[in-house]
Design a protein around this ligand. Structure first.
Ligand code: GLP
Length: 260
């Protein structure tokens, strides 16, 4: 696992945006795995800027989002489909029919989740999957205890996750109790994982994910099983890590090597 510790949230967003721009330049028809939450917002703003400045085009890109609240219409203020439209899709040249978010109002959840997995396969698999992390270590909506073999499915949200996300809904009662989410097994199949975390509130989840035992009780620890995972942190989120000096040495050497 590559651990990159940067000065602040803005540098984390810049790192992720540059990573995506380079990916799309190298492979214009890339399949990008996208995430929601407040953490990726800065990255999306920088991607919009890059598009507006003519530095990148997303016209041949396909996207798959990690998850969606169960029961919310795609137009609902707090649905992840709407979040993605407002924070990214409406401001770049991605083809709307190639943007995928699980349908939270699907009548047949099993058919919806199976079709979602099949669509990822049909698109050729995800090239880069962006991830955030919950304070309880969840990735996407895979809560503690989620199997590392799990696929896209309906998942019950923990009270902690619902409380964390209540700020967007105004009240805890309005936060859905269930969500459709890609599984950890599905996420691990992406060719590259890019997990972002900012702020001290994420320090414990990051320490457990990066340096703790690999365990279903901390879904983020599944990243240790992936051969190309990069964890990008600001100083606050890195606070609980014991090997900071080593991670910095690795980055320094990598920078030296790429200069050659
Ligand atoms: C939600 C999303 C996750 C996200 C997490 C953290 O639960 N389903 O994908 O990583 O929130 O959100 P934030 O970035 O707002 O802390």
């Amino acid at each position: 696992m590559r651990v990159v510790v940067l000065e602040n949230a803005d540098s984390v967003a810049q790192f992720a945006a540059d990573f995506f721009v380079q990916q799309v330049k190298r492979k214009p028809n890339s399949v990008l795995g996208l995430a929601t939450g407040s953490t990726p917002l800065g990255t999306y703003r920088k991607l919009i800027e890059a598009y507006q400045a003519g530095r990148v085009s997303f016209k041949d890109v396909t996207t798959f989002n990690l998850d969606e609240y169960y029961g919310l219409e795609p137009t609902h203020e707090q649905s992840y489909r709407r979040f993605m439209r407002e924070s990214l899709f409406d401001h770049i040249d991605v083809e709307p029919s190639r943007t995928h978010v699980p349908l939270g109002t699907a009548n047949n959840v099993e058919a919806e989740t199976e079709a979602y997995e099949a669509a990822i396969v049909a698109a050729g698999g995800i090239d880069v999957q962006l991830l955030g992390i919950g304070t309880d270590g969840h990735i996407a909506f895979n809560e503690p205890g989620s199997s590392f073999a799990s696929r896209t499915r309906l998942k019950t949200l923990t009270r902690r996750t619902r409380q964390d996300n209540a700020r967007f809904f105004g009240s805890l009662d309005l936060v859905p109790k269930l969500a459709l989410t890609m599984g950890i097994g599905s996420i691990l199949e992406a060719r590259q994982l890019l997990l972002l975390a900012c702020g001290e509130g994420k320090a414990e989840a990051i320490a457990k994910s990066v340096e703790g035992p690999v365990s279903a009780i901390c879904p983020g620890s599944a990243l240790q099983l992936h051969r190309r995972a990069i964890v990008v942190l600001d100083k606050g989120a890195a606070k609980g890590l014991s090997q900071l000096e080593y991670y910095a040495d690795c980055e320094m050497n990598l920078n030296e090597l790429t200069k050659v």
